[in-house]
Design a protein around this ligand. Structure first.
Ligand code: R5P
Length: 292
């Protein structure tokens, strides 16, 4: 029997591409808010004994998570065989440590919540820094798709002499993979975060790379300050206009406008945005098919 894919109010173009590639049936839901602001949810498709894919792209997670849990719970009650979650962006991975006494390490309760309701999870490059794999906090079958091959292809097709730059130590995992696949030199800088909008990125050593196009690669662009400061360093060092590649472009406030004033910005379509130029739908579909 074909799998059944429910798209929970998010990122319809990517959800439809994935459903097409998997030849999945599209599940139907009736969702609305009651006058008091509480959610109404009804599953209209028969899901008894079927493999279910719930596509819910959890960027800006706070207003999506509750409906997601309601849906997973209902699908189970209605007899679904397996229920998997596809969220191209996996949130709540960055608070992976109690930095100050009393802080909630949000990554852990969030992982427990999703693990209670889903059998498997497919996502693209989650922020694995202090955790080395999803298994450290998720008890479901976690499957990570890597954007590196797709980013490397984009670079090979578009840039002649790239110099890859990772703005901080966490980015080394992405930058080194992409550099190897694109056969390009790379450099990793260090960063100290002083606040949500304040970072200090070390100076790059680019004397010998003056003829190269600098390409910054990072997993997340949120406030954009990490990229912005690195771009400023590269301008001061006299390099040509940099290209910032983010796996996930969250672009809080005016981050995109600030960055595009000084650099070209490219992202994967893991979060819908006008900077999307790297399509992840094939890789995502391939990963999902392994769980059906
Ligand atoms: C941090 O550890 C991540 O890898 C990114 O460097 C970070 O999320 C970027 O954040 P922002 O755009 O707010 O500087």
């Amino acid at each position: 029997m074909k799998p059944l894919l429910f798209n929970l109010n998010s990122d319809t173009p990517l959800a439809n591409k994935v459903a097409d590639r998997l030849k999945a049936d599209l599940g139907e839901l009736d969702t609305r808010l009651f006058p008091d602001g509480e959610s109404y949810l009804r599953v209209l498709s028969d899901c008894k004994d079927r493999s279910i894919i719930v596509f819910c792209n959890l960027y800006q997670p706070n207003n999506k998570t509750l409906d997601l849990i309601f849906l997973a719970n209902t699908l189970k009650e209605l007899g679904a065989k397996h229920i998997g979650l596809v969220t191209p962006y996996l949130p709540y991975m960055r608070q992976d440590k109690r930095f100050k006494p009393g802080e909630c390490v949000t990554s852990r309760p969030f992982a427990q919540l999703l693990s209670t309701h889903f059998d498997w999870l497919v996502t693209l490059d989650p922020h694995l820094h202090r955790y080395h794999s999803l298994d450290e906090i998720y008890s479901l079958e976690g499957h990570v798709v890597h954007a590196a091959p797709m980013i490397a292809n984009w670079i090979k097709n578009n840039i002649q002499q790239p110099l890859l730059i990772g703005p901080d130590s966490e980015s080394e995992q992405w930058v080194s993979d992409v550099a190897q696949l694109a056969n390009a030199p790379f450099q990793v800088l260090s960063k100290v975060r002083k606040g949500d909008y304040q970072v200090e990125v070390s100076l790059p050593d680019v004397e010998q790379w003056q003829q190269h196009t600098p390409i910054l690669v990072d997993d997340i662009i949120s406030s954009g300050k990490t990229m912005l400061q690195t771009v400023q360093h590269l301008h001061s060092a006299g390099l040509s206009t940099p290209i910032c590649i983010g796996v996930h472009g969250l672009f809080s406030n005016n981050a995109y406008e600030e960055l595009t004033a000084k650099a070209k910005v490219i992202t994967c379509n893991s979060i819908p945005h006008l900077s999307n130029q790297i399509d992840i739908s094939d890789a995502l579909s391939h990963a999902i098919s392994e769980h059906l």
